[in-house]
Design a protein around this ligand. Structure first.
Ligand code: GLU
Length: 426
């Protein structure tokens, strides 16, 4: 089992992130005119680095953790992607997630390839000081692999802006100069970008808004259910409410609240404002996480963990549109069922790509030593999202494929052309 899999559901169609990524690549390959050798190369990562990360615990004892950095492909630019601190991180999961980053960056037409890494650790069991020491030592262990033109990590599950500041500091101290562009998602005071934190949620909201319009609905009339009230889910929910939608249900790990008249999403604390605070809010009804997915709403946004929409519940999804906030929330079995039922699924590699897009803006600001205003970040993100949306929409219409297949086709075509133009070395 990997961390993208929920462990409490009796499901038959679980597959690892790597299996999913490879299968999606095979499927997409049938729709694109790309040399078979290119597809073969894309099935394999360039490298996966495994390191031991010793940590002196607060009680004086020493514990050794395992860390990974998977670098999938860099034909379009440096490897890019998050660092995950989670007890179920595996090398294989990092490879799968790094492949998704390759497609995500290509669908957004960013000059990056895909990477992902992490440490097998439960950050909840670490003190602040332990987390800092672990991060600094990990940065040292993978120092030769990363760099602003080589591989640029970012936050992911279990890591945040503070983690990135420690990573950047450790790297910079060893290199002998301040190099903010080695990671993104830092606090703005040390070279982070305004708007990076809210970016994945904002892009989910933008894609939901465009899909609502595309399918002939008015945003003022739609109801939305959001699973997960971390940064992605909460920012998406709040923006959609600001734009006129009724957000009728939201949840965290303990379950959800439901009000057909619409919730005040700004009054509900996000995970970072108050961990697991959703169920403490007043609302006429509560729902389990499983029930939330099956509510009769216009738009469903799974923004918590992977593999929550499965072959087992896909038939009972009543939403008209699904917008993926988490990475990999829909299993392949569920994807087939929803496709059959004509329920459009706006894929993660498009919908939550605002995160890596603002990471790109942050990297540009770092290497140019020039800060952008929050307004500029918002405007540029809006225009990047609209342009990726229309590239994918054109493919949906031209090839009569699902939104996921269309996004893969756009990504794979760009990567394939770059590989063909560069050729195989030597
Ligand atoms: N971890 C995020 C993702 O899955 C962001 C990666 C980045 O900004 O590099 O897209």
């Amino acid at each position: 089992m990997t961390s993208t899999q929920v462990t409490d559901a009796a499901e038959s169609d679980h597959e690892s992130a790597l299996e999913t990524a490879r299968r999606q690549l095979r499927e997409a390959a049938t729709h694109v005119d790309v040399d078979g050798g290119v597809i073969e190369r894309l099935k394999h990562p360039t490298r996966v680095v495994e390191v031991s990360v010793p940590l002196r615990r607060d009680d004086g004892s020493v514990e050794v953790f395992t860390g990974y950095r998977a670098q999938h492909d860099d034909v379009r630019g440096p490897y890019k992607g998050g660092l995950r601190y989670h007890p179920e991180v595996t090398a294989e999961e990092c490879v799968g997630l790094s492949m998704w980053m390759t497609w995500k960056c290509a669908v957004m037409d960013l000059p990056f390839g895909g990477g992902k890494g992490g440490i097998v650790v439960d950050p909840k069991n670490l003190s602040e000081g332990e987390k800092e020491r672990l991060t600094r030592r990990f940065a040292e262990e993978i120092r030769d692999e990363v760099g602003p033109s080589q591989d640029i990590p970012a936050p992911d599950m279990g890591t945040d802006a503070k983690t990135m500041a420690w990573f950047m500091d450790a790297y910079s101290m060893q290199q002998g100069e301040t190099i903010p562009g080695v990671v993104t998602g830092k606090p703005p005071v040390v070279g982070g970008s305004y708007g990076r934190e809210e970016a994945p949620g904002r892009s989910v909201a933008i894609v939901a808004r465009e899909a609502i319009d595309y399918y002939g609905k008015e945003i003022d009339d739609v109801s939305v259910a959001v699973q997960g009230y971390g940064s992605v889910g909460a920012n998406a929910a709040r923006l959609l409410q600001d734009w006129g939608a009724d957000v009728v249900a939201v949840s965290d790990v303990n379950g959800g609240i439901y009000d057909t008249a619409g919730l005040d999403t700004h009054a509900i604390p996000t995970h970072s404002e108050q961990p697991e605070g959703v169920m403490g809010q007043d609302a006429p009804n509560t729902v389990t996480n499983a029930e939330l997915l099956e509510l009769d709403v216009d738009v469903l946004i799974p923004a918590a963990v992977g593999n929550v929409i499965t072959r087992d519940n896909a038939d009972r999804i009543r939403a008209d549109i699904v917008v993926e906030g988490a990475n990999g929330p829909t299993t392949s079995g569920a994807d087939a069922v929803l496709n059959e039922r004509d329920v459009p699924v706006l894929p993660d590699i498009l919908a939550n790509a605002g995160g890596v897009t603002v990471s790109y803006f942050e990297w540009l600001q770092d290497i140019n030593r020039r800060k952008w205003s929050a307004e500029r970040v918002r405007n540029e993100l809006e225009s990047e999202m609209l342009s990726a949306w229309s590239d994918v929409r054109e493919e949906v219409e031209a090839a009569d494929v699902s939104w996921r297949d269309a996004a893969y086709v756009v990504a794979l075509t760009r990567i394939g052309k770059a590989k063909e133009a560069r050729g195989l070395w030597p």
